[in-house]
Design a binder for this molecule. Sequence first.
Ligand code: ADP
Ligand code: MG
Length: 632
Amino acid sequence: MSETLREDLRAGETLGFQTEVSKLLHLMIHSLYSNQEIFLRELVSNAADATDKLRFAALDQPDLLEQDSELGIWIDFDAEAHTVTLRDNGIGMSREEIVSNLGTIARSGTAEFMRHLSGDQQKDAHLIGQFGVGFYSAFVVAESVDVYSRRAGLAADQGVFWSSRGEGEFTVGQLDRAARGTEIVLHLREDAYGFADAYRLRGIIHKYAEHIGVPVRMLQQFPAEGEEASYEVVNQASALWTRPRSEIKDEEYIAFYKHVAHDFSDPLTWSHNKVEGKLEYTSLLYVPGKAPYDLFNREAPKGLKLYVQRVFIMDQAEQFLPLYLRFIKGIVDSNDLPLNVSREILQSSPATEAMRSALTKRVLDMLAKLAESEPEKYATLWLTFGAVLKEGVVEDQANQEKLAGLFRFVSSRDIDAGQSTSLDAYIARMPAEQKGIYYVTAESVQAGIKSPHMEIFRKKDVEVLVMHERIDEWMMSWLHEYQGKKFIHVGKGDLDLGDSVASEELKAQAQEHAGLLERLQKALAEQVAEVKVSARLIDSPACLVVAEGDIGLATRQILEAAGQKLPETKPSLEINLEHALIRRLEQESDEERFAALASVLYGQAALADGVQLRDPSSFVSHLNQLLAQLPV
Ligand code: ADP
Ligand code: MG
């Protein structure tokens, strides 16, 4: 570097990094050790962002471009001095900006980041970028980093430098700098000397910067004394989405994904479309291969990168997709929105509304296509994002049918194979006379399969879908039909398997055993609304049943524990007249013992349903009272 800069550096002021930054730097240097090359992706990406920002600011203030309107990025290296230098003529930074952008982590995500570091290098590397810590990746290869910058619109004497060894503090000061934009000099660590090499750098840029919208020019080779340095453009330098689909290679789509999504892993699939007509826009949407750490935080930043006529406008434009598609990454480039569009305008613009519904459909079609053509990839997608997609049943009722078609469930038929089934496949297997799509909800697959409600279905070999995720019961209270077939919960309402002989028999049995039903009803008046002869049970003596459309007992408890007020309703108790315990009960003449047996009967039915007993100690004492009477 020139002498003047060095002098300025000495005149600078030394400041401490925010504590989090120091910790972060330390962690990053260690966790990214095996993935050193990503520093270049991060710095090039920042430089590209800086040119985007300048282009956007110049819409209002063309003067900002000064005499230098060909925006770009330049990369130099010096194998002898062991340096790599990145330069851009983008927006640049003022002194305040450099201190706050490079000395603190303004985002609240940092603490989150620290918490999510797993110690697994691959995984940790995957997190970087999601938190806006990209710049510090420079320290993975550099023992010290110097930054020289001048903010567009500021005078040449308002230049600024920043320098740090990444060890707790940095120096910052003023400098004269004619060139607008930012220059970053990396003084490589010994183990990273190999990066000061044309071949190596070009390879990495091809990998990460091919699609970036500005030219990246690289020094061809280090100039000899008195020689003029010559540069060549090493990327395509046209925004990827503006090129025709047929000309874009998969590798390019994948590299672009890594750039927009700040992700190291490949996307599962993507969809690139140009729409012409009343609305004109291009979209490039990706399904990530992995879930972000904050997938279930509905407040977390999300959304597409928005461009208007190829000018970058904003990150995380969340207005273009519904919340349940928050895992989709990508860009949308509109020809209809004004360049000065704000989040507020987006919110109320009919163009946004129309694009949102078209993009939603686009995503759902993309998922359906993947399910059809690459079921294995789709299975990964479903495992990763299925629970989020399920939110769509409630959020986006217009697309319920489409969404339900994408859902996959565990089936009672192939529990052992661990396969899941689509509703279409279920319907295709359904006997013509079957009344609807049977399902059970439970805390786990095991609990669902073993539920007393399943006994008759198992005996008759009727296929049942086992829904074992928390969201399922809530979702199913909004999803009533698919392809004209009703959903029927095996544990709710009166069971009608379409067997008229059996139902006549049931009526006769109820009459014959009316005395028992009445006694039980009296003994359990507090707990149950009604006692009935069951059509569901084969092995268990009793089970609890709520009305069709009512929420299940276990879910009710969870909601009530969370403070929700629900209308008070009681379940019915269904009993299995064939069971020895019920026969024993019927013959019991001692009222006190009858009451104890009834209480145990109710308690076990509740437990089998995943319900916590209101009064476990009385259940236990009744049980013990009965056990104590066993003959020795
Ligand atoms: P992110 O890019 O996710 O915001 P980084 O750590 O990569 O996080 O960069 C931090 C901030 O530093 C950027 O948001 C930007 O404001 C500023 N910055 C970094 N590099 C440049 C650059 N080349 N030109 C202008 N500003 C930059
Ligand atoms: Mg960055």
